[in-house]
Design a protein around this ligand. Structure first.
Ligand code: BGC
Length: 344
């Protein structure tokens, strides 16, 4: 009798638990909208905050986002992906911390039969080819280097006085983004190669990573000004965040007053950099279209979350590596209004 009562009690408990537990999908969304799991490598990144905003705006009434700040830790991101999968998201949109970690995420997505859209940090071709439900949204990294190089060439040729010592050589310092990041590697290589290909002789005074970060950019520039002073004739930055840091440092060293000038170029065209261009403290930048990259990431993620073709109802196109590549555009004072529009 005692045993029977115990069994009955257990059965009652099991039923009531089952009745309380929402289905995985409902738990994730709380609504009928599909739930999409998103990670940003770190919220504290100038450019990525604009991509994030574009994703959030696009999602508005179409999907529920499980949005995660991976705080620059791949281990944290891996855990976040596990959690999102167990909550029942229908698709993943992943801004990797470590561009080499795509295969780890793909293994998890594959095991749960979930589609995954990588964005901003491009996985290598082998990882992308290993899963038919993986796509990428970003840019053609080399293009930003070539365009930045052209901005430098045009400005250098138009301003012979920038060759301060008149030796016919452009002596530059270069603030690099995160080593191993396809954008950082390509921008570093192609910006300088484009300048050289235009017949300008160059000398590299310094090249170090500022990890895409303003504060690190300022610290490096402080040290380089102390070491080289006016021997620096060009400041090439893999992104605007670091360019802004370099400009702070140059301001403090008395540049941009009277005829003391230093040319600085960046990439991204974030609003703060556009302000510096207007103030004449930055020569130019390259639009890295956050709005369209965020928009495309969401459009593809929503489609695959609903079991549709990733491009259905969109105007995006995929290349042979399953990537949507949003074009870069040169930005100088001449087309600043266009760049301002792009970030609204
Ligand atoms: C941007 C950088 C950003 C990085 C993050 C690049 O495309 O130009 O500003 O820090 O992506 O991965």
């Amino acid at each position: 009798m005692k045993k029977l009562t115990a069994i009955l009690l257990i059965l009652v408990m099991m039923f009531s638990l089952a009745a309380c537990a929402p289905k995985a999908e409902e738990e994730a969304t709380g609504t009928d909208l599909p739930s999409i799991g998103v990670t940003i490598y770190k919220f504290d990144d100038n450019f990525m905050s604009f991509v994030r905003r574009a994703i959030e705006n696009a999602a508005a009434d179409k999907a529920t986002l499980e949005l995660n700040d991976s705080q620059n830790s791949q281990a944290t991101q891996n855990d976040q992906v596990d959690t999102m999968i167990s909550k029942g998201v229908k698709a993943l949109a992943i801004n990797l911390v470590d561009p080499q970690a795509a295969s780890t995420i793909i293994e998890k997505a594959k095991a749960a039969d979930l589609p995954v859209i990588f964005f901003n940090k491009e996985p290598d071709a082998a990882a992308m080819a290993s899963y038919d439900k993986a796509w990428y949204v970003g840019t053609t990294s080399s293009e930003s280097g070539v365009i930045q190089g052209q901005v430098i060439v045009d400005a250098w040729k138009a301003n012979p006085a920038w060759d301060r010592n008149g030796d016919g050589v452009m002596s530059y310092v270069l603030l690099k983004g995160e080593p191993g990041h396809p954008d950082a590697e390509a921008r570093t290589k192609y910006s300088v190669e484009t300048v050289v290909a235009a017949g300008i002789q160059v000398q590299e005074l310094e090249l170090q990573t500022g990890m895409w970060d303003s504060v690190k950019g300022k610290e490096l520039m402080d040290a380089w000004i102390a070491k080289h002073g006016d021997a620096i004739e060009m400041v090439i930055c893999n992104n605007d965040g670091m360019a802004l840091g370099a400009i702070q440092s140059l301001n403090a060293a008395g540049y941009f007053e009277g005829d003391k000038f230093m040319p600085v170029v960046g990439v991204d065209a974030i609003p703060d950099a556009l302000e510096q261009i207007k103030e004449g403290k930055m020569v130019g930048t390259v639009l890295n279209d956050a709005k369209n990259q965020g928009g495309a990431t969401f459009d593809l993620a929503l489609n695959v979350a609903l079991g549709k073709d990733p491009l259905e109802g969109t105007s995006w196109t995929l290349d042979e590596t399953k990537a949507v590549r949003v074009p870069y555009v040169a930005v100088t004072i001449d087309n600043i209004a266009f760049a301002e529009e792009a970030y609204k």
